[in-house]
Every structure is written in C-alpha cells, then in structure tokens.
Design a protein around this ligand. Structure first.
Ligand code: BT5
Length: 216
C-alpha cells in the first residue's frame, strides 16, 4: 500500500510557518491538541468535524475554512474568537451568543473551544462555497481569509476583557432581541439584555452560562 494513498501528510505552509496544512483529518482539533501554543492547523476536509456538545460539523472537501488555533487558555477566548472571526469575514457578519457567526441571520460559521490545563484549542469553521440547507456561505478565498483571521486571533486572544466585551456587544445580533434559551433542564424566554463580565448572557436578569439560543 502506498502511504500517500492512505495518510494525509501534514505540510508546513511556507508563507506562514505556524500553519500546518493537511488534506484530510478527523478533526483539526485532534491534530492541534498535539501541537505547541502558537500552532495553527488547517484542513481541506474533516471526516469527523464536530460542534459543541458532540454535534457534527459538516463540510464537503474543499468547501470551507476549517482551522484550529492552539492558544493559551483564558476565560474570554470564545467571545474573543467570535469577534476575530466576524471581523475577518465581512462587515455584515454578526454574532449570535455565544459565538455563532451569522450572515443575513443564517449560520455562516461556528466556534468550538476545547481546553486542556495547558492549552486552549480554538476551532473555527466557516462555510465558503457550500452550506447546509438554511445556512449561509461566504464566497471568499480560503487562504486570504485565514490570514486575516490569524491576525485577528493574535490581536483579540490577548485583548483586555473590556475591549472584547465592548466589541462583542457591537457585533451582536442577540442583544436586545427576544430569545428562547434551551438549558440543560429547562428553557426560558425573554429579552437578551446584555452579556456579563465573564461573557454570560443576561436574559431578563437571569445569567446564562451555557445553553442554546434561538432568536425569536
Ligand atoms: C459550532 O457548534 O458551531 C462549532 C463548530 C466548529 C467547527 C470547527 S471546524 C474546525 C474545528 N474542527 C472541528 O472539528 N470543529 C471546529 P454548534 O454550535 O454545536 O453547532 C453545530 C450545529 O450546527 C450542528 O448540529 C448543525 O445543526 C449545524 N451545522 C453543522 N455543520 C454546519 C455548517 N457547515 N454550517 C452551518 N451549520 C452547520
């Protein structure tokens, strides 16, 4: 058996040595987890791309930006990554709490932050030439988008908390809207008033740390 038929060999990108580029991987998160802080993994295709709570992230080969950044853990990373991704994409892109990327109200991309004691693996998927039914795509060149996103992650992942919160509020499509939040054991409806100091969503006085939001 020819090794090249069965295994996708990682290649270092000559224009940016921090970027490890692979054709196929289970999930960019899995490869990134093995690498040092500062590394970036980008793949043409994931055979087991994942969202939060073990959901699937789908993208046919070569149709999306699928990337994971290995970063120093910090509590605001998920919101900071949302801000960086929205800014890298397009001025029309908005954020749905906690950090879905929306274009014209439809999901364009998502962010998954997984942490170990020493590292945070920040995975970002953005639809480019394909999107599932009801979702959005952004017809842009992948590598130019990755360059802008990397610069944005460098900036926002170490930005002061107040700046991240302020920019997230500006980019938010959730704040001020009536929402339904599915929590582990119940769902609540109300107006999303603000986000708290740690990025919690505040719905009519209730602080939501984790849940799935529907804009009503
Ligand atoms: C997310 O999860 O939105 C986080 C997605 C993170 C994907 C990146 S790709 C690079 C890195 N490697 C990985 O394996 N993952 C990260 P969540 O909020 O749980 O949303 C998942 C839900 O979005 C699914 O249950 C579907 O309903 C929907 N979905 C799946 N694929 C989609 C797509 N391409 N575009 C829009 N929605 C999608």
């Amino acid at each position: 058996m020819d090794l090249h038929d069965s295994v996708s060999l990682p290649a270092v990108d000559s224009t940016n040595p921090r970027v490890i580029s692979v054709s196929t991987v289970t999930s960019t998160q899995d490869l990134a987890r093995e690498l040092s802080i500062g590394s970036i993994v980008v793949a043409d295709h994931q055979t087991a791309g994942r969202g939060r709570l073990d959901r699937l992230w789908e993208a046919p080969p070569g149709t999306a930006l699928l990337v994971s950044f290995v970063l120093t853990p910090q509590p605001m990373l998920s919101l900071a990554a949302g801000v960086a991704a929205a800014e890298a994409c397009d001025p029309r892109v908005r954020l749905k709490w906690p950090n879905d990327l929306l274009l014209d109200g439809r999901k364009l991309g998502g962010i998954l932050v997984e942490t170990t004691p020493a590292k945070a693996i920040c995975g970002i998927g953005i639809n480019l030439t394909w999107a599932p039914e009801g979702a959005a795509r952004l017809d842009q060149a992948r590598d130019a988008l990755l360059d802008r996103l990397s610069a944005g992650i460098d900036h926002w992942s170490v930005a002061p908390r107040a700046e991240i919160l302020a920019r997230w509020r500006e980019l938010s499509e959730t704040l001020g809207r009536r929402v339904r939040v599915q929590l582990a054991d119940r769902s609540i409806e109300g107006v999303a008033r603000d986000i708290g100091e740690n990025g919690e969503l505040i719905v009519d006085g209730e602080m939501i740390v984790a849940g799935s939001v529907t804009h009503l």
